[in-house]
Design a protein around this ligand. Structure first.
Ligand code: NAG
Ligand code: NAG
Ligand code: ZN
Length: 414
């Protein structure tokens, strides 16, 4: 598998001339203060060929040909901005900054980004490396027919165990998410025999892990368009491809903060669970939930360094708001303790914006997990989705501390 890497390097977006290029694209950081500003920006957001919100409503990528128009619109509406990233292609070209260092060909290199095929193989290889502690379970096929395995991590037990779910890669361009999920999962497995705390976690819980939910979209970011977010399923009656897999879950699907337009980056899909990748996970988890309670559910995204609690679809608070917030706070503190990286927390709807059809809301509202979160990993926008490889390990280390703190909290409070 690793022998193929030399070939793959030539195909990566950034070095391949086949890929969509982002020369002269800029990211503007907006100073949004009023609801009226947000309203204006929502209208701009519906025109995806012109702009792409990296982080709504703050960070906005604009193509050079529309830059003057967008600046004029912002000025007209008195929305202040600064040029935050002045050439997106430069960051695409430098994201692979760890390729040639610390490279071992016989081991999986956690310090670099991996193709979907390598991630797929990682699940199978990891299961094989830890018999009795890890198992690969085929749960679905993606729209383009790729097999999707979940890695089940936990020791065998005679008594029924409770469960934990975490996933990465639901948004294709957020590469740090699957990279971090793989590192953390491997670390849990390695620590089982040496760290009594981790041992008790894997003895008490079955932890189900899906490192790369949106596998087709992720492949597309490697081979065609680094900034792709959605799935790859075509839409009936539209030339625009793909659905936002994190607006497609069957809990409060179709509400505010999810677009009905197939071309929009937050397109909700033509029905809840229209995407085979979302439906595949939901079906698997609902079946498992008949036997096991999912105490913790985390969907890892990037970027902004937020630990977000339910709800996303409404500003109303859940009945478990106090304990959910306590866990989020402890998670942020644990992350900070490793490399001093500052995370903030709050409900998704309050801290970010209202969004419906979210995985985290489904995790709490449908799956019944009392602790269900969206975690937005590094950074705060310096590189955004194009986080260089030399930050993969530090990001993973601190997130692992956050994950363990979350599991510890759940153990004590459920
Ligand atoms: C990967 O993505 C490219 C670009 O979208 C596509 O042409 C190719 O068929 C995809 N490969 C697989 C295995 O899906
Ligand atoms: C696509 O849309 C048309 C018109 O609304 C409808 O007749 C057709 O059945 C749809 N096809 C699919 C596959 O949903
Ligand atoms: Zn995301």
């Amino acid at each position: 598998m690793l022998g193929n890497l030399v070939v793959l390097v030539l195909l990566m977006c950034g070095t391949s001339t086949e890929c969509t290029r982002y020369d002269g694209y800029v990211v503007l950081r907006l100073d949004v203060s009023t609801d009226q500003d947000v309203h204006v920006l929502k209208q701009i957001q519906e025109v995806p060929e012109v702009v792409d919100f990296w982080d709504f409503p703050r960070d906005l990528m604009v193509s050079p040909s529309y830059l003057e128009d967008i600046k004029a619109t912002l000025k007209e509406n008195k929305i202040k901005y600064v040029t935050w990233i002045d050439n997106v292609q430069d960051l695409i070209d430098t994201q692979f900054n760890h390729r040639n260092t610390e490279y071992s060909t016989d081991e999986f290199n956690y310090a670099v980004y991996h193709t979907w095929e390598e991630i797929y193989q990682w699940v199978l290889d990891t299961a094989a490396a830890y018999p009795g502690l890890a198992e690969a379970i085929l749960i679905m096929h993606s729209y383009q027919g790729k097999e999707q395995y979940v890695l089940k991590v936990g020791s065998d037990s005679a008594t029924p165990k409770e469960a934990i779910w975490y996933q990465g890669g639901i948004h294709a361009r957020e590469w740090i998410s699957p990279a971090t999920v793989m590192w953390m999962t491997n670390q849990l497995l390695m620590d089982y025999s040496v760290d009594p705390e981790v041992k008790s976690m894997l003895d008490q819980y079955d932890i189900y892990v899906l490192p790369l939910l949106n596998v087709d979209g992720y492949n597309h970011t490697w081979e065609e368009d680094r900034m792709w977010r959605k799935t790859q399923k075509p839409n009936n009656g539209s030339n625009c491809i793909g659905t936002d897999a994190n607006r497609n879950w069957d809990y409060m699907w179709g509400g505010e903060g999810a677009s009905a337009f197939p071309c929009a980056s937050t397109y909700r899909g033509d029905s809840a669970h229209s995407e085979p990748e979302v439906k595949g996970v939901a079906t698997f988890l609902e079946l498992k939930a008949l036997e096991q309670t999912f105490q913790l559910f985390i969907d890892f995204h990037s970027y902004s360094q937020y630990w977000l609690t339910t709800w996303g679809y409404t500003l109303d608070l859940t009945d478990d708001h106090v304990t959910q917030t306590a866990l989020a706070s402890i998670g942020c503190d644990a992350i900070y303790s490793v490399h001093g990286t500052v995370y903030t927390y709050g409900t998704f709807a309050d801290h970010l914006y209202i969004g419906s059809g979210l995985s985290q809301d489904w995790g709490y509202g449908t799956l019944g997990s009392p602790y269900s979160f969206t975690v937005e990993l590094r950074d705060t926008g310096e590189y955004g989705f194009l986080l260089p490889e030399d930050q993969i390990i530090p990001t993973s280390e601190e997130t692992y501390a956050g994950l363990k703190a979350a599991i510890t909290y759940v153990m004590a409070n459920t």
